[in-house]
Design a protein around this ligand. Structure first.
Ligand code: GDP
Length: 358
């Protein structure tokens, strides 16, 4: 499954956030046989539709989609030169599908900042410069080789052009992701660059910032079009130990209406380019994770590979139509249940029953 790699300067709250991610028991509850790496934390994707579906179908339990985060050891200036953790660190980032950057915004004199001041933009620049340098090194090695190839084989010329364009962007101090519309990411794939990965920013803030809409707006704009999440990592960890009522009170006291981990799950899901479809029956109401643009057979394959191979058709009703009708039978009677074939592209919130040969 797809993962977001957590990076950030030392002392910004990565471990605190990661502990909160591993504290929730969603995995044990729904996936009793899943083995999970110690450096992976999962959060359920909040989905109010599941509760409604469970009412319609009388489902015993709700199984939400999950978003996975990998804890990657702290980046330090010079990581790209292979100092200390450097190479292992970069290899870990290469394996992640997106980069989740934790940025310190909280002020706390007891927690030392590596550069002696709290400055989110400067911190982001330190991390991104390191990643950009690593990409430049990759390209410096690759370009002479691709140049040679392009002299012999014409069809290597586009890859060379793509690499040179990427190099120019990196030399301006920009990440490749931030210039996505100017670059050919398909052609760049073979170079396995780090900064082509989608970025997500987690601003680890305190109450003063969380309740300051102007400041929040500024920070969010500074990283747009990437998603930004604002939370207090320390409080997120505490929330998981409280009952619902006390948790709501604590959140309210820092001006929040929902746990930051909920917002983080949604943003992570979005950053990874994922969406869900829904199934429901007496046993469970469940959200399944697919990529945006997946077809009905690909969606079926997420439940079981046999479902994809033996796919015949899908019976689909949109969540809103189903809830309005009140039951599957009424939705059918109202002509709201569609039969879709193998070319159908799934829409978020489709409630599905697959027909297949085994
Ligand atoms: P890491 O080095 O990025 O993994 O940072 P840690 O999670 O170990 O946090 C460093 C220190 O900052 C610890 O003492 C945390 O308790 C503290 N810390 C983390 N998040 C917050 C926060 O939101 N507010 C405050 N005041 N302290 C925090």
């Amino acid at each position: 499954s797809l993962t977001l790699g957590i990076v950030g300067l030392p002392n910004v709250g990565k471990s605190t956030l990661f502990n909160a991610l591993t504290k929730n028991d969603v995995l044990a509850a729904n996936y009793p046989f899943a083995t999970i790496e110690p450096n992976v934390g999962v959060v359920p994707l909040p989905d109010p539709r599941l509760g409604k579906l469970a009412e319609v179908f009388g489902s015993e339990k709700l199984v939400p989609a999950l978003v996975s985060f990998v804890d990657i050891a702290g980046i330090v200036k010079g990581a790209s030169e292979g100092a200390g953790l450097g190479n292992k660190f970069l290899a870990n980032i290469r394996e992640a599908d997106a980069i989740c950057q934790v940025v310190r915004v909280f002020a706390d004199d007891d927690v030392v900042h590596v550069d002696g001041r709290v400055d989110p933009s400067a911190d982001i620049e330190v991390i991104e410069t390191e990643l950009a340098i690593a990409d430049l090194q990759t390209l410096e090695k690759a370009i002479p080789r691709v140049e040679k190839e392009a002299r012999i084989k014409k069809d290597r010329k586009p890859a060379l052009d793509a690499a040179l364009a990427a190099q120019a962007v990196l030399n301006e101090g920009k990440t490749l992701f931030s210039q996505k519309n100017k670059l050919d990411f398909e052609l760049l794939k073979e170079f396995q660059l780090l900064t082509t990965k989608p970025f997500l920013y987690v601003f680890n803030a305190d109450e003063g910032v969380l309740t300051d809409d102007v400041k929040v707006g500024e920070l969010a704009r500074s990283v747009a079009p990437a998603d930004a999440v604002f939370l207090d990592a320390k409080i997120e960890s505490e929330l998981l130990e409280l009952d619902a009522e006390s948790a709501a009170e604590l959140l309210e006291s820092v001006g929040q209406t929902e746990p930051g981990l909920d917002a983080l799950a949604r943003a992570g899901f979005h950053t990874l380019g994922l969406q869900t479809y829904l199934t429901a029956g007496p046993k469970e109401a469940r959200a399944w994770t697919i990529h945006k643009g997946d077809t009905a057979p690909q969606a079926a394959g997420v439940i079981h590979t046999d479902f994809e191979r033996g796919f015949i058709k899908a019976e689909i009703v949109s969540f809103d139509d189903l809830v309005e009708a009140g039951s599957m039978a009424s939705a059918k009677a109202a002509g709201k249940v569609r039969i879709e074939g193998k070319d159908y592209v799934m829409v978020d919130g489709d409630v599905v029953e697959f027909r297949f040969n085994v």
